[in-house]
Ligand binder design. Structure first.
Ligand SMILES: [Zn+2]
Length: 298
């Protein structure tokens, strides 16, 4: 009997039929695989490797960014929330928002400060407990287990979640169910077609199984549009931002400083071309009667 551990992701869960092919990006788990139909990349890790990568982040801090990145993350959160309000055409007080994978609640705090009714779902028990100690309403567990009623939320956020999942279609379908018709789903995830990914390849943290707790599925603007359509969402807009050539500690400090200046200069054209490595996709559940064709089954 073959005792080789099975790949955690056997085929791309977006629903393409084509077999995955190897890319020239070679990770510790093996070459990154790519769907020739939609461009989605997936890791070759096995289940045990995946579980180990997740365990590191079951802490009270959860997946919160390091201190040097927090202010930037808070500013980004505010911008995202304001964008959602604009797309909904609603005042903050009219909006009920769910942050799926809310960690210890940084974005929920920002949302509450803006006046939204915000709550979260978080599978890491320690991170969820930290959020509740701060007075936030957070369910410990996965989204489906929370059993929210249909059409319960005006907005749902999946921030840096879908790259961790074997079956991203399932969570998008659940988000669609709990969103009101016309509601907005914000999905953020690393952009595998970014300049950063092209230049850094296997050195990029976005492709690392271990750097941020179990990255296994890598989207780009094209595959986001595909999965949105197949789960019954309309893609409203996709923004990308940021360019990087080295991760901290991968090169001498002086080289890092020069590379950082270069990447700042490229930030604007990267945004214009959709080549930034932080990707933000705003998807809408169509209004009743304007539904797109039902999701394709495979
Ligand atoms: Zn595909």
């Amino acid at each position: 009997m073959d005792s080789t551990p099975q790949r955690y992701i056997q085929s791309f869960a977006v629903g393409c039929a084509a077999p995955l092919v190897a890319t020239d990006i070679v990770l510790p788990e093996g070459p990154l695989l790519r769907c020739p139909e939609c461009g989605q990349r997936v890791s070759q890790c096995d289940e045990a490797q995946y579980v180990r990568a997740l365990e590191r982040f079951d802490t009270s801090e959860g997946t919160l960014p390091a201190a040097h990145a927090r202010t930037r993350r808070d500013q980004l959160g505010t911008r995202c929330l304001r964008r959602i309000l604009t797309l909904l055409g609603k005042q903050p007080q009219e909006v009920r928002l769910l942050d799926v994978g809310c960690s210890s609640g940084a974005l929920l705090m920002t949302a509450r400060a803006l006046g939204l009714a915000a709550e979260g779902v978080e599978p890491s028990a320690e991170a969820a407990a930290t959020a509740r100690r701060a007075g936030l309403k957070v369910f410990t567990g996965f989204l489906a287990a929370a059993r929210f009623p249909d059409a319960a939320f005006d907005a749902v956020i999946l921030m840096e979640v879908i790259e961790h999942l074997r079956d991203p279609r399932a969570i998008l379908a659940e988000c669609r169910r709990i969103l009101k018709p016309g509601g907005i789903l914000l999905v953020t995830t690393p952009n595998a077609a970014s300049w950063t990914a092209s230049v850094m390849g296997a050195r990029w943290e976005g492709f690392s199984l271990t750097a941020m707790g179990g990255h296994v599925s890598f989207f780009d603007p094209a595959s986001i549009r595909v999965i949105a359509e197949r789960t019954g969402f309309e893609t409203v807009r996709i923004d990308t931002r940021s360019v990087r050539f080295f991760e901290r500690g991968q090169c001498p400090a002086a080289v890092y400083a020069v590379a950082k200046i270069g990447s700042e200069l490229l930030n604007w054209p990267a945004r214009r071309c959709g080549k930034g490595h932080d990707m933000l996709a705003y998807l809408r559940r169509p209004l009743d009667g304007q539904d797109m064709r039902p999701p394709r089954r495979t």
